[in-house]
Design a protein around this ligand. Structure first.
Ligand SMILES: [Ca+2]
Length: 247
């Protein structure tokens, strides 16, 4: 259990209002939405012919309850591009799509350990950008990420941030302000390989790294390495092989 998760649990359970306020404050305040009407990833209706695909790309793998992915090492890229202008782990990927749903980063991830994983993104919006450039859709095998408010689970749109420098956050993109203080997560019910897809929602939005951390039934991180993805570059990539653009 990391100190961060200890603090998080105590904040949410003992003083939920304060905990939520702290989390929202840490995440940069309330979140407005980008203009437009699409609130869900539209998938890849245009097919894959425009995708920049590396057919030899391998899977990422969960190792000891951790999945760590460099955004620039996607197995498939469409309408995102490398942006070396930031202090990143490797480099960042920038959403270049001119409309929502018209681009993506696709990752293949193999899990051996089932259960719940909290999702962290090292991300930022571009300097000087409005809140219209601060989020993305995220799905795993086509399913939305969720948050749990202590009573029930709720689907969320994806991940979002108000940070103007790259920082790890476990912050959902959702229209429901009451849900923004909870960790977005995915439940892995069976060992095997899934598609993690980051779909364009905000032109200029930047992602450096994606980390998934297995958590116990009480919501606390139970990874023995006690890796804290809220600072630095986070854990090294797990199980990557022949990623996009590596050669
Ligand atoms: Ca990176």
């Amino acid at each position: 259990m990391t100190p961060y998760f200890t603090i998080l649990r105590r904040s949410l359970l003992v003083t939920p209002t304060l905990g939520l306020a702290l989390l929202i404050s840490a995440c940069g305040g309330s979140q407005s939405d980008a203009t437009g009407t699409q609130d869900h990833a539209s998938g890849d209706e245009n097919g894959t012919e425009e995708s920049d695909t590396n057919p030899t790309s391998g899977s990422y793998a969960e190792v000891s309850g951790i999945v760590s992915i460099e955004a620039e090492h996607a197995a498939e890229v469409r309408n995102w591009s490398r942006d070396d202008g930031y202090a990143a782990s490797g480099t960042t990927m920038r959403d270049d799509a001119s409309s929502r749903g018209d681009g993506h980063l696709r990752f293949s991830v193999t899990f051996t350990r089932t259960g719940r994983y909290y999702v962290w993104f090292r991300m930022r919006k571009p300097a000087g950008a409005t809140d219209g450039s601060n989020d993305c859709f995220v799905t795993i095998d086509g399913n939305d990420l969720k948050v749990h408010d202590g009573t029930s689970a709720h689907s969320v749109i994806g991940m979002g941030t108000h940070q103007t420098s790259l920082a790890f956050q476990s912050r959902p993109k959702t229209h429901d302000a009451a849900l923004r203080g909870y960790h977005p997560y995915c439940d892995i019910t069976n060992p095997g390989t899934v598609d993690l897809v980051v779909t364009s929602r905000a032109q200029g939005f930047l992602v450096d790294k994606i980390v998934l951390i297995h958590v116990g039934e009480d919501g606390n991180s139970d990874t023995p390495a006690a890796l804290n993805p809220t600072s630095g570059f986070g854990p090294a990539e797990t199980g990557a092989s022949t990623p996009f653009g590596s050669g």
